[in-house]
Design a protein around this ligand. Structure first.
Ligand SMILES: Cc1cc2nc3c(=O)[nH]c(=O)nc-3n(C[C@H](O)[C@H](O)[C@H](O)COP(=O)(O)OP(=O)(O)OC[C@H]3O[C@@H](n4cnc5c(N)ncnc54)[C@H](O)[C@@H]3O)c2cc1C
Length: 403
């Protein structure tokens, strides 16, 4: 279903743009699996920035007015909102990581109810079919993800963290912020006290009668947690030092060097002498990721390497800090530049890289995109105040309206 290349992402975008206005607004909640034309299916491309949020929104607004494409633009902005929120609340990610490890170490993934759920043997027809679809395709429709999470938490009464981990291991678009915070939202932790309850009638209606599950929970009591610490400021990117031999290391959070260099033109002034890209999708979970996720991420990284147009050595590396450190030393670099990695496993990997480069006397700097820098600080409270800023944010990005 998903070819891990920028070309395939741009084709998907081009095909979808005509439907991003009123068709999307009216039909987006219907899961018409296996053939979907009412949603974009762009998420595996956007998640790796094979295609950027900015170019998706700009392409849509070239054809539709903001009011016609409001729903679609808002959905893209949900992604940005979740990232900005997690960036300011990294403790949520740390707790999630710790809880998943503790549950696995404590034997929760060996228990029969968990094994039945992830093997499609719950006896709830919809749930069992969605597990099959997720494992086979690496994708689920948004409404289906909500139903799935709700049934997992409130009907099957399994830990939300293990549901999020199961998604994260199998979704081609698996994303620390969107996944973790959406699961928390369903559970009543994110908007405190407000849960999402899946009902058989809603599922029947929006799957066009394919499913009418029986025995679902009829109430969804919010989960609770220890209070979160106060929000923390978004870390500043670390600026590049005036180096003479710079290497660019791309990773699975951001694989479009072309548009990154347009935002940071010094990347084209001759200082960049080596380019590499690496991924470690397996770092998303103590249980690793599916072969499909690994293959998509590997393919996406190879596509980024193939597209690098600089006349310098370009390599794919193993996804360990040690491999990147060895590359930097062998290229005799005095600085490595990476796209800014938001809270999640890649940021954790970059912390390891910083230490290993420091040992070699090599500086590490980060490049953040304007898209993130402008929007993230506004992801302080709920999505609704954030949403009101969308027209201003688009204007600040210089995204023009329809011709
Ligand atoms: C429990 C749960 C887990 C999720 N896990 C992930 C995840 O790991 N990665 C991920 O990218 N999305 C996740 N989502 C959000 C959403 O379901 C997917 O982004 C969307 O279904 C992708 O399909 P699409 O590209 O056809 O979306 P479209 O409807 O065409 O939307 C366009 C784009 O907007 C973004 N988007 C749409 N809806 C959302 C949303 N609710 N939250 C954040 N971004 C959104 C995506 O980048 C998407 O590609 C999750 C939602 C839930 C309820």
């Amino acid at each position: 279903m998903f070819d891990p290349t920028r070309t395939a992402g741009l084709e998907t975008l081009r095909d979808f743009v005509p439907r991003a206005g009123s068709v999307y607004a009216r039909q987006r909640n219907i899961d018409t699996a296996p053939h979907r034309t009412n949603v974009s299916t762009l998420s595996p491309y956007i998640r790796h920035r094979l295609v950027t949020e900015r170019e998706v929104v700009a392409a849509v607004l070239e054809v539709h007015s903001l009011s016609a494409a409001e729903k679609f633009v808002q959905e893209v902005m949900w992604r940005t909102y979740w990232k900005g929120w997690l960036e300011q609340n990294p403790e949520v990610w740390r707790r999630y990581r710790r809880d998943v490890s503790a549950l696995i170490d404590g034997g929760a993934t060996d228990a029969a109810d968990y094994r039945d759920a992830v093997s499609g043997r719950t006896g709830i027809d919809a749930m069992d079919a969605w597990v099959g679809e997720l494992v086979e395709t690496g994708y689920l429709h948004n409404h289906t993800r909500m139903w799935f999470a709700s049934i997992w938490i409130f009907t099957l009464r399994l830990p939300w963290q293990l549901g999020a981990d199961f998604f994260y291991r199998h979704l081609l678009d698996g994303d620390a912020a969107s996944n973790t915070l959406s699961w928390r939202w369903v559970a009543g932790l994110q908007t405190v006290g407000k849960t999402y309850l899946a009902t058989a009638s809603n599922i029947a209606r929006y799957t066009e009668g394919r499913f009418h599950p029986e025995g679902l929970a009829t109430a969804a009591h919010p989960l609770t947690e220890d209070p979160l610490p106060a929000r923390t400021p978004i870390p500043e990117p670390e600026p590049a030092t005036p180096s003479t031999r710079v290497g660019v290391l791309l990773h699975e959070e951001d694989l479009d060097l072309g548009s990154l260099a347009r935002e940071h033109p010094w990347l084209d002034d001759g200082r960049v002498v080596a380019i590499a890209a690496s991924q470690d999708a397996a770092g998303r979970s103590p249980s690793g990721v599916s072969d499909a996720v690994d293959a998509f991420t590997t393919g996406a990284v190879e596509d980024a390497v193939a597209r690098a147009t600089h006349d310098v050595t370009v390599r794919t590396l193993a996804g360990t800090p040690a491999a990147a450190g060895a590359w930097a030393a062998s290229e005799n670099l005095d600085a490595v530049v990476v796209p800014y990695a938001p809270v999640g496993p890649v940021a954790e990997r970059m912390t390891g890289l910083r230490t290993s480069l420091r040992d070699e006397g090599i500086a590490l700097s980060t490049l953040r995109r304007d898209w993130d820098t402008l929007a993230w600080p506004h992801a302080r409270r709920g999505f609704f105040p954030f949403r009101t800023r969308i027209p201003t944010l688009l204007a600040e990005q210089g995204i023009p309206g329809p011709r």
